[in-house]
Design a protein around this ligand. Structure first.
Ligand code: UFG
Length: 326
């Protein structure tokens, strides 16, 4: 299959693009390199540096390459930033996503996999969170993904587009020679490992008075290679219809437990200090992935927390300054 991967130079998109190529698919990567890295693009992929705001570029790309399917990762992705810059998220995630969808439909590309988020569930009634949970976006970022999911629903009804919306919980780990390299870095595991590398003095734990087993937030950490396999299974199942899945492991770890595991993996003391809560952080987010397991036979194979942290540690210690600067 020929697959257009938007954001294919970014953390999750690059892993999925590499895995597609490993499985024999043709990949076109479209990325504006705002957060992505040229070095993360597979050498066998066709790379186009460009922006989804550029409709004539999109038109040309679809006319020339005629992709069978789109996997859409290119997006602003930070909950906190979206609270400070709502228009950035509402405009770029929604309008650029619409440009992509409109061009895909115009060229008859009717298979689409959307990178969605657990930030759809700000006030969950069930834990673990399954696909029946009501959608309550926690930020303009979450809202932008909720709107893209609704657009896909209507394009299925009106144009026959078959889509998979995949809501990830905490993506982490790395593999296939790739890594996680954000600037600025806001995610827990890479920040903890930056302390072990001596790039930060300590980790600040955002709140230790939550109603959890040790007072720190619980999250469901899912290895990016398990996310990649879920994307590809979902892509290949689109002939049987559209689908929405929550993607996690069904297990949660506290911030404190992540720090402890990172101490064991790295042998570094990793000093930690308690700080105030970060605005917008729910106490606990755990996914039920029972549906994708039942329907597609997916199961996480790489997500035990020690492997997640040691895979990330291996890449970060080999590439302490990230891509292109080691
Ligand atoms: N944390 C700290 N200190 C830090 C960084 C993070 O204590 O320096 C804590 C956070 O408060 C949170 C946990 O570590 O409890 C995980 O935080 P991350 O920033 O790594 O991830 P989030 O759970 O905030 O965000 C993730 C994804 C988002 C997605 C969101 C869904 O990165 O894209 O889950 O709620 F939208």
């Amino acid at each position: 299959m020929k697959v257009l991967v938007t954001g294919g130079a970014g953390f999750i998109g690059s892993h999925v693009a590499h895995e597609l190529i490993r499985q024999g698919d043709d990949v076109i990567v479209l990325d504006n390199l705002y957060q992505g890295h040229r070095e993360a693009v597979h050498p066998d992929a066709t790379f186009i540096e460009g922006d989804l705001a550029d409709k004539s570029l999109l038109d040309q790309l679809f006319a020339e390459h005629k992709p069978d399917a789109v996997m859409h990762f290119a997006s602003h992705t930070l909950v906190g930033e979206s609270m400070e810059k709502p228009f950035l998220y509402l405009r770029e995630n929604i309008v650029n996503g619409l440009n992509l969808l409109e061009t895909a439909v115009a060229h008859g590309t009717l298979k689409f996999v959307l990178s969605s988020t657990a930030n759809l569930f700000d006030d969950p009634e069930r834990m673990p969170i399954d696909e029946q949970e009501r959608i309550v976006p926690g930020s303009p970022y979450g809202e932008s993904k909720a709107i893209l999911e609704r657009m896909l629903h209507w394009l299925d009804v009106t144009k026959g587009m078959k889509y998979a919306a995949l809501r990830y919980f905490n993506a982490c780990g790395c593999g296939l020679g790739l890594g996680e390299d954000h600037d600025p870095e806001t995610h827990l595991i890479p920040i903890v490992l930056q302390v072990a590398l001596g790039q930060r003095e300590q980790i600040t734990v955002f709140g230790d008075d939550y109603e959890t087993r040790d007072g720190t937030c619980v999250r469901d950490y899912i290895h990016v290679l398990d996310l990649a396999s879920a994307h590809i299974l979902a892509l290949r199942a689109l002939d049987q219809g559209s689908r929405t899945y929550n993607l996690g492991t069904g297990n949660g770890f506290t911030v404190q437990e992540i720090i402890e595991t990172a101490r064991e993996v790295t042998g570094h003391p990793i000093p930690a200090v308690a700080g105030p809560r970060r605005a917008g952080d729910p106490a606990t987010l755990i996914a039920s992935s029972e549906k994708i397991g039942r329907e597609l036979g997916w199961e996480p194979r790489h997500s035990d927390i020690r492997s997640v942290i040691s895979d990330a540690w291996e890449w970060m210690s080999a590439n302490p300054q990230g891509y292109g600067q080691s």
